[in-house]
Write a protein that binds this ligand. Structure first.
Ligand SMILES: *Cc1c(COP(=O)(O)O)cnc(C)c1O
Length: 194
């Protein structure tokens, strides 16, 4: 996945012209400003939400994205399920797991992920995998291995893990999708375009 957050549409269009089709954004508003015009030119473009989602943005997110990778709490899961039922637009979702159990970080606790998965499915969501942003403790492989094991236990085929600094380790641990921004687009500007 090419992570285009904070970058303008031009470099994204260059990657599309080169054949890249999977993109990630972490803010609904920014993606909404950038992607509809690109999607009109490339209807097979796939756009994933990889940032935190507030329930008051669920309507826009379901209209704009193809996959929501950051389902991390019951209130959000229920809001997504309700909006998908209302619109008939059923998006695939991933559960974001707080794999390092960091107090400040978004994501479901690993030990609570099985129960949350069952609840999400009962509410009507299609969950196809797990996503994580590991702690910056210099040992990403340990956390990637833990996420891969959890996904295996839960029989979930998709593993979204690995960024510019650690994607090789993530692939070695079984990532099915890596999320790469800086390596493709260069350093992000200090402030986002919106
Ligand atoms: C920004 C971001 C990335 C990409 O990070 P790079 O280090 O620039 O490759 C990947 N995943 C998430 C969730 C992000 O927010």
């Amino acid at each position: 996945m090419a992570v285009s957050k904070t970058h303008p549409a031009e470099p994204v269009a260059e990657l599309l012209a080169a054949g890249q089709r999977l993109f990630g954004e972490n803010r609904v508003q920014e993606a909404g400003a950038k992607y509809p015009a690109l999607r009109a030119r490339y209807p097979d473009l796939q756009l994933h939400l990889i940032g935190p989602l507030q329930t008051n943005k669920v309507r826009d997110a379901v209209a704009l994205f193809d996959v929501i990778e950051t389902v991390d709490r019951p209130k959000l899961a229920q809001a997504l399920a309700a909006e998908m039922a209302r619109t008939g637009r059923a998006l695939r979702c991933l559960i974001e797991v707080n794999i390092g159990a960091e107090p400040q970080k978004a994501g479901m606790a690993p030990a609570e992920t099985a129960g949350f998965l069952a609840a999400c499915r009962a509410w009507g969501l299609t969950i196809s995998g797990l996503m994580c942003i590991p702690p910056q403790d210099g040992e990403p492989a340990r956390h990637f291995t833990a996420l891969a094991r959890l996904a295996g236990d839960l029989d979930l085929p998709e593993l979204s893990m690995g960024m510019s600094g650690d994607f090789a380790a993530a692939i070695a641990c079984g990532a099915t999708e890596i999320r790469v921004g800086t390596t493709l687009f260069g350093q992000r500007p200090a402030s986002p375009i919106l």
